[in-house]
Design a protein around this ligand. Sequence first.
Ligand SMILES: [Ca+2]
Ligand SMILES: [Ca+2]
Ligand SMILES: [Ca+2]
Length: 175
Amino acid sequence: MEVIYLKKKLFIFLSIISVAFASVVPVYAQKDYSSSTGWKNAPALTPGVRVNTVTYNLTSESHTSVNADLVAVYYDKYGELSTDFASDSNRILWIDLYEDDVEPNADDLVKTYKGTFKGRVLDTIVLYDVVEQGNIDSAGDPDVELYLSILLNKVSGDKSLPTSTTLFEYNMSVY
Ligand SMILES: [Ca+2]
Ligand SMILES: [Ca+2]
Ligand SMILES: [Ca+2]
């Protein structure tokens, strides 16, 4: 009886250890791939000229297929245009989030973000539209290739010069 009791205690002990270990392993495994770009400076933007960022390869941590709901772009560190640019509170900054594909497939326009100004100061960037309602890459492919396509509207009085890269920072995440 006593031996069986000890075996049972040992079994419970080992079960607790294995459950604890199993819960640690996935957390460690998640560090092996990137699900976020980290904070990046905006590219230099010449008004009226569309500029694409580099393409980032990100992997979903929770889903084997990725749709727009699993992708977010965060913005921070809003800056100010220099006096080379007109002060205009009607100026708009358009940011399109794309998922890159290989021809003959066109890249997916996933979401659009809209930036607004108070004079020369970039006031805020908000989600404007979710364009793609289905998967943004092949079903069963958790690795997505994301880039931003950015257009700073040209306003009368702007010089044809690029902005500094401190107009804003962005951070893309896939969940
Ligand atoms: Ca792709
Ligand atoms: Ca795609
Ligand atoms: Ca892919």
